[in-house]
Design a binder for this molecule. Structure first.
Ligand SMILES: NC(=O)C1=CN([C@@H]2O[C@H](COP(=O)(O)OP(=O)(O)OC[C@H]3O[C@@H](n4cnc5c(N)ncnc54)[C@H](OP(=O)(O)O)[C@@H]3O)[C@@H](O)[C@H]2O)C=CC1
Ligand SMILES: O=C1O[C@H](COP(=O)(O)O)[C@@H](O)[C@H](O)[C@H]1O
Length: 499
């Protein structure tokens, strides 16, 4: 697992003038530097446009000041940054990069350790990896690792093709596939909540749990990503990766050791247990939606079909809800409900574990309504855990009331936070691949999602747009749970009645 607590490495960022580098990567590297987690390091930014080292360093500085909002030792920090103007298809340019890498290796005593971070459009991933290998950048006495952004393919077949290309240059244990949800504090906490608490693990099965709900709702629309989103939709954009990863962590068996291989192998087993749907069953288990216009925080927002670079008759889903069944001994009969959507009423990612009702109502009082116990894991924007219990109302009567036990972690940004990238970058530099997705997980997730998209791509949904922006999504999502006698627990305020 962790190789070294203060790793030394040359970080080569392909796509260093892009949005991800500016908003997430530079502020994250800065935080690692500021906390003293890295000191012997150098960064080579690689992108198409022509920039001097000084101009690039100024960009990095601006990004840190804007997104990390800090400036301590900033000039020392940016002195570690270098720039190389480069076209991904140009072999000569990789030779120049090799020379730069060797010089920096020597100058910063980096032991030949190299992390290649691909923060570029996915169509370039394979070409870059092949050139890195063919032009000798992987010939180094230290480690070589490839960190790769999403999306990892568009289907199982394209993901496999990409994987084969990457594997010509890097072995599986050198490939770090980013799923930024795995860097989130409370997603990493799922295992600890489950396996470090005697009060949960014995109950974590079909005897005591009625259903588990995982919601990731966003207020933002597709913004300027219409072109990408039209080919992706919520199913590929969120379900194939983040949602299934959270389900795998909730459903997996306790690993025999808390190391990368054992955790991954349990996640793979959980994904392998997902019930396979026949084509004519897909719409019984999964429903979709597309946002229409609406009002969010007092502002009118356009419908998805009116967004830039979106087909005015688009059939792309911006919302997905699904019922996953995990056909193994532990979970037989327990639905895992997932939902994710854009332009919803709240930005929130939450997991609600609903326990089964107790076998008798308190003292057989039929008029007394008892709420089920709930364990709520708040992933974002607030981070924490809530346990909903029943207790006696204060006073002389024996009436019950629901009480909340709350633990709140420090609140972080409402967005895809740099903290997640900070942890993942650090892990990639010190060789801990636990919170990255193994090819086996990617392959299983794609096969599951392909089965759904193959059905949806053949059927235009005549109800689109079927939810107004600023709402909790389409009615079909509520009907999906109502068929089972269940309902979605609200994600913004658990004190109110279920939605
Ligand atoms: N932005 C985000 O928040 C997130 C992004 N991602 C993923 O990260 C990756 C990068 O996204 P993002 O930063 O938004 O993309 P951008 O479009 O903002 O940046 C693209 C980068 O690629 C460079 N580039 C483009 N063509 C070439 C080429 N032929 N040769 C060399 N460099 C080239 C650009 O350089 P130049 O500008 O000089 O042309 C630029 O640095 C994508 O895979 C995306 O899916 C994942 C999660 C979130
Ligand atoms: O990967 C993605 O995630 C973001 C949501 O991330 P979050 O950390 O803000 O929950 C989503 O907006 C984007 O479409 C998707 O590509």
């Amino acid at each position: 697992m962790s190789e070294k607590q203060t790793p030394t490495a040359l970080l080569m960022i392909f796509g260093a003038t892009g949005d991800l580098a500016k908003r997430k990567l530079f502020p994250s590297i800065y935080r690692l530097f500021k906390k003293g987690k890295i000191s012997n390091f150098a960064v080579v930014g690689v992108a198409r446009r022509s920039l001097t080292n000084e101009e690039f360093q100024q960009n990095v500085k601006d990004s840190v000041l804007t997104f990390a909002k800090e400036s301590e030792n900033i000039d020392e920090f940016i002195s570690h940054f270098y720039y190389h103007s480069h076209d991904v298809a140009n072999s000569t340019s990789y030779k120049e990069l090799k020379e730069i890498a060797e010089n920096l290796d020597h100058q910063y005593e980096l032991d030949g350790n190299r992390v290649f971070y691909l923060a570029m459009a996915p169509e370039f991933f394979g070409t870059i990896a092949e050139h890195i290998k063919s032009e000798g950048l992987t010939e180094t006495k230290g480690y070589k690792r490839l960190v790769i952004e999403k999306p990892f393919g568009h289907s199982f077949d394209s993901a496999q093709e990409l994987n084969d290309q990457l594997r010509t240059a890097f072995s599986e244990d050198e490939i770090y596939r980013i799923d930024h949800y795995l860097g989130k504090e409370m997603v990493q906490n799922i295992e600890v909540i489950r396996f470090a608490n005697a009060i949960f693990e014995p109950l974590w099965n079909s005897r005591y749990i009625s259903n588990i709900q995982v919601t990731s709702s966003e207020v933002l629309g597709v913004e300027e990503r219409g072109r990408y989103y039209e080919t992706s939709g919520a199913l590929r954009d969120m379900v194939q990766n983040h949602m299934l990863q959270m389900v795998a962590l909730l459903a997996m068996e306790p690993p025999i050791r808390l190391n990368t291989e054992e955790i991954r192998s349990e996640k793979v087993r959980a994904l392998r247990s997902l019930r396979w749907m026949k084509k004519d069953e897909v719409n019984q288990y999964f429903v979709r939606g597309q946002y229409g216009k609406g009002t969010i925080q007092g502002q009118e927002v356009p419908a998805y079909r009116e967004e830039a670079m979106v087909d005015p008759e688009s059939n792309t889903e911006t919302f997905v809800a699904g019922k996953l069944m995990i056909d193994n001994f532990r979970w037989a009969g327990v639905p895992f409900y997932i939902r994710t959507g854009k332009r919803m009423d709240t930005k929130s990612t939450k997991i609600v574990v609903q326990f089964k009702d107790i076998p008798m109502n308190l003292y057989y009082k039929s008029e007394e309504h008892l709420n089920p116990n709930l364990l709520v894991i708040h992933i974002q924007p607030e981070e924490g855990i809530t346990l909903m219990l029943n207790a006696k109302k204060t006073g002389t009567s024996m009436k019950t009331t629901t009480v909340k036990l709350d633990f709140a972690n420090k609140s972080v940004d409402t967005m895809n936070t740099p903290e997640a990238y900070e942890k993942l970058l650090y892990d990639s530099m010190r060789g801990d691949a636990t919170n990255f997705t193994h090819w086996d997980e990617v392959a299983l997730s794609w096969k599951f999602v392909d089965n759904i998209s193959e059905v949806w791509e053949k059927e235009t949904d005549p109800t689109f747009p079927n939810y107004a922006s600023g709402t909790t999504g389409p009615d079909c999502a509520d009907e999906l749970l109502a068929k089972d006698g269940n309902f979605w627990w609200p994600v913004d305020n658990l004190d109110i009645d279920p939605c």
